[in-house]
Design a protein around this ligand. Structure first.
Ligand code: MRU
Length: 352
C-alpha cells in the first residue's frame, strides 16, 4: 500500500523537522525544533496538530532535550528530562495520545536509570521516540486495511477536521481507509468540512487529498447537515482525540452535530483511531477534558477582527459524540462494533 509522500515530522538527530501546518496551504514551510520548549510551543500554537502527531512530537521533544544533556551528571539529567516531560504534558489537554506517548517516555527514562550514563539513557529515549513514530505509521496502514472495505466504488465520504497524513506520522486515521481504497483503484469523492475556526478541513485535508489525486470538495460546516439529509453522503469517517472505555469519542468541535445528522438520516458514522487514543481510565465522555482555545481564533480572520469589539467568543476545540451515535470504530486491531464496553475492553494492552 502506498504511503502519501508527506513527512509531517522527521527526526534529524540534533533537531526535529516539522511542516508548519499554520502556513498550509499557501506555503510548504519546514521548521526545525531543537529543544523540548520549541516542540511544546509548536504544539500549543498548532504548527503541528492532530492527536497521534502530538504524541509523536512530544516523544521526540523529550528525546531531543535529552540529547543536549548527555554531559551533565545523572541527577541533573533525570531532573531536566522529567521537567521536559511535564512541560510537554501541559501543552494540550484533550488528546490522549500526548499523555500515552509521554508515559512511554517516562518509562524509558525509568528503565534508563539502571543504565550507566545519561548518554546511554538518551539513546534509550531516542529509540523509544522513534518506535512511537514507526508504530504510528504502521498503525495508520493497518487502520487503512481494516477500514477500506467500508468505501464502495462511487461513494461519497464526508470527513471533519484533518485526520490524515498531516495529523500522524504520515498515513492518517480517518483518511487511512481513503488512501487504502484509492490505492486499490476505487473511485469515490470526499467532502471535507472546512472546520471552523482553524479550517483544518479546508486548509489541510483538502491539501493532502488533492496532492494524493483524490477527488475532494470543501464545504462549509453548516452545509454538511443538509448534504447528509439529502442523501448526498454515503459514509462519514472522522478521527478522535480521546475515546472512553464506553465508546464516547471526543473529536474536533462540530463532529457531534455531524453524528446527530448521520443518525437521523441513517448514514454510517465511523470513528477511525488507534488504540493509543483510547483512555481506558475514563468511562464517560463528560469526563474528557475539553480544551478551550483563544477567542481570537473566532473573532479574527487573517488578523482582521470580524466580531464587534465589545462581543466575546467561546471557543471549545472539541466536542464529544456519544457511543450510541457511532456505527463502529476502525482501529489497527480491526473493526470494533457494539457492545462497545466489552469490545473496547478487549483492546486494552497488557501492562508492561
Ligand atoms: O485541534 P486539532 O487540529 O489538533 O484537532 C484534530 C482533530 O480533532 C482530529 O480529528 C483528531 O486529532 C484525530 S487526528 C488523526
Amino acid at each position: 500500500m502506498s504511503v502519501p509522500p508527506i513527512r509531517p515530522i522527521e527526526w534529524l538527530e540534533d533537531r526535529v523537522r516539522i511542516i508548519d501546518q499554520t502556513r498550509l496551504p499557501e506555503a510548504e514551510v519546514y521548521v526545525d525544533l531543537r529543544t523540548a520548549r520549541e516542540v511544546a510551543d509548536a504544539i500549543k500554537t498548532m504548527k503541528l496538530r492532530g492527536a497521534p502527531l502530538i504524541g509523536v512530537a512530544a516523544a521526540m521533544g523529550v528525546a531531543i532535550e535529552s540529547r543536549s544533556l548527555i554531559s551533565v551528571g545523572w541527577n541533573k539529567f533525570e531532573l531536566k528530562v522529567e521537567r521536559a516531560i511535564e512541560l510537554l504534558r501541559a501543552t494540550r489537554p484533550t488528546a490522549t495520545n500526548l499523555f500515552w506517548a509521554l508515559d512511554r517516555m517516562n518509562m524509558a527514562l525509568g528503565k534508563g536509570s539502571i543504565q550507566t550514563s545519561p548518554g546511554a539513557c538518551s539513546d534509550s529515549l531516542v529509540a523509544e521516540a522513534l518506535r512511537i513514530y514507526d508504530e504510528d505509521l504502521t498503525t495508520g496502514i493497518e487502520m487503512g486495511r481494516a477500514g477500506e472495505s467500508l468505501i464502495d466504488d462511487g461513494c461519497s465520504i464526508l470527513t471533519h477536521c484533518n485526520a490524515g497524513a498531516l495529523a500522524t506520522s504520515g498515513f492518517g486515521t480517518a483518511l487511512a481507509p481513503v488512501y487504502a481504497a484509492a490505492s486499490k483503484g476505487r473511485k469515490f469523492r470526499v467532502f471535507a468540512d472546512e472546520t471552523r475556526p482553524l479550517l483544518q478541513g479546508a486548509r489541510l485535508t483538502a491539501w493532502e487529498l488533492s496532492r494524493a489525486g483524490i477527488d475532494v470538495t470543501v464545504i462549509c460546516d453548516g452545509t454538511a447537515h443538509s448534504m447528509i439529509s439529502r442523501g448526498k453522503v454515503n459514509l462519514i469517517l472522522v478521527g478522535a482525540d480521546r475515546i472512553t472505555r464506553s465508546g464516547d469519542a471526543a473529536n474536533k468541535i462540530g463532529t457531534y452535530g455531524v453524528a446527530v445528522s448521520a443518525e437521523r438520516s441513517g448514514v454510517p458514522f465511523y470513528v477511525v483511531a488507534p488504540v493509543s487514543t483510547i483512555d481506558f481510565d475514563i468511562d464517560k465522555g463528560e469526563d474528557i477534558p475539553i480544551e478551550e482555545r483563544s477567542q481570537s481564533e473566532i473573532t479574527h480572520i487573517c488578523g482582521t477582527r470580524i466580531v464587534p469589539s465589545e462581543v466575546t467568543a467561546f471557543n471549545p476545540a472539541f466536542d464529544v459524540t456519544p457511543a450510541e451515535l457511532v456505527s463502529g470504530f476502525v482501529t489497527e486491531m480491526g473493526l470494533i462494533t457494539p457492545p462497545y464496553r466489552k469490545n473496547i475492553a478487549s483492546l486494552r494492552p497488557e501492562k508492561a
